[in-house]
Design a protein around this ligand. Structure first.
Ligand SMILES: *[C@@H]1O[C@H](CO)[C@@H](O)[C@H](O)[C@H]1NC(C)=O
Ligand SMILES: *[C@@H]1O[C@H](CO)[C@@H](O)[C@H](O)[C@H]1NC(C)=O
Length: 254
C-alpha cells in the first residue's frame, strides 16, 4: 500500500476540495458518548426497523438475527488498475462510522423523515469533510475520534468506530475500540438503484452487500451495506494506477 500513486491522491484531493467543507465555527466540542453494546431498544417499542430495499428485481437475503446498530460510514474505496481502459479492481476500503440508529424514522424524538433518512448518505458525502487522512492513509488514516455535525440534524452523530481491511484483507468493522468487532466475508451483492447518488466524480454508487462473520468476531454476526453513495472506480488511465474514491453508505449491523 506504500506504492499508491500521486494520481489517486491528487484526484481525491481534487474531489474533496470541490465539496463544501463542514462548518465548524463556534461549535462546542461534545463529549463522546458510546451507547452500551447490545440489541437496540427503540423508545417506540412496536417499531420495526425495515432494512432499505432497492426496489429492483433482486434483493439481499433478509436478516435473521437482532439488529444492533445502524451507522453511516464515510471514507474511501480503493482500487488498483489491471490495465488502461479497464475498471479498477477493489483493493480495500477505509471509513469512519457514526451512530444513526435513533435517526431511523419514528425511532426517537430526533428521528428523521423517510426522505431525509433515505437521503442521509448523500448529504453526508456532499456536506461533510472526508474523515480520512489521505496523505498518511497507509499508516495513520484516522483523524481523532469526533462526533459528526450534519446540517439540519440537531444533535451531532456519535462516533462509533472504523471500517477497514485488516492485514489479511478481511473487511473489518470495529466499534468502540473492538468492544464489538466483525471480521467479515461477502455473502451477497446487488447493484445500487439507479436513483443512488453517483458520487463526487459521478462514477456510480457501490453495490449493496451482505457480509457475515468469518470467525473472530465479537458481538456482531453480519452487516448490510445499503443506501450507498458514490465509491465506484473510474476507468483506468494506466496499468498499476491506484484510485481512492470517496463514498458513504449506511451499515446495518446485526
Ligand atoms: C487506500 O489508498 C490510500 C491512498 O489514497 C493508501 O494510502 C491506503 O493505504 C489504501 N488503503 C487500503 C486499505 O487499501
Ligand atoms: C456482484 O459483484 C460481482 C463482482 O464485483 C459483479 O460481477 C456482479 O455483477 C455483482 N452482482 C450483482 C447482482 O450486482
Amino acid at each position: 500500500m506504500q506504492l499508491q500513486g500521486a494520481f489517486a491522491i491528487l484526484s481525491v484531493l481534487a474531489v474533496t476540495s470541490a465539496a463544501p467543507l463542514q462548518k465548524r465555527c463556534g461549535e462546542i466540542p461534545k463529549p463522546l458518548n458510546p451507547p452500551a453494546p447490545g440489541p437496540i431498544v427503540p423508545s417506540n417499542n412496536s417499531l420495526v426497523y425495515n432494512l432499505p430495499s432497492t426496489g429492483g428485481a433482486t434483493s439481499l437475503p433478509s436478516p435473521d438475527t437482532p439488529l444492533k446498530h445502524i451507522v453511516v460510514g464515510h471514507g474511501i474505496q480503493n482500487y488498483t488498475c489491471p490495465a488502461a481502459g479497464e475498471a479498477g479492481v477493489s483493493a480495500g476500503a477505509l471509513a469512519v462510522l457514526h451512530d444513526i440508529t435513533d435517526l431511523y424514522p419514528s425511532a426517537s424524538l430526533r428521528a428523521l423523515s423517510g426522505d431525509a433518512w433515505s437521503g442521509l448518505t448523500s448529504k453526508v458525502l456532499r456536506t461533510t469533510q472526508l474523515p480520512i487522512n489521505i496523505e498518511t492513509a497507509a499508516t495513520a488514516p484516522w483523524p481523532a475520534p469526533a462526533d459528526l455535525t450534519v446540517e439540519g440534524i440537531a444533535t451531532p452523530l456519535a462516533y462509533m468506530g472504523h471500517h477497514y481491511f485488516d492485514i489479511n484483507g478481511t473487511p473489518t468493522f470495529s466499534l468502540h475500540d473492538d468492544a464489538e468487532l466483525l471480521k467479515a466475508k461477502k455473502l451477497s451483492n446487488i447493484s445500487a438503484p439507479a436513483s443512488a447518488d453517483q458520487g463526487l466524480t459521478d462514477e456510480g454508487a457501490v453495490d449493496w452487500l451482505l457480509l457475515a462473520d468469518k470467525g473472530g468476531s465479537v458481538g456482531l454476526k453480519s452487516v448490510y451495506r445499503v443506501l450507498t453513495s458514490g465509491g465506484n472506480p473510474a476507468i483506468c488511465g494506466s496499468e498499476g494506477e491506484t484510485q481512492s474514491v470517496p463514498y458513504t453508505a449506511m451499515y446495518w449491523l446485526y
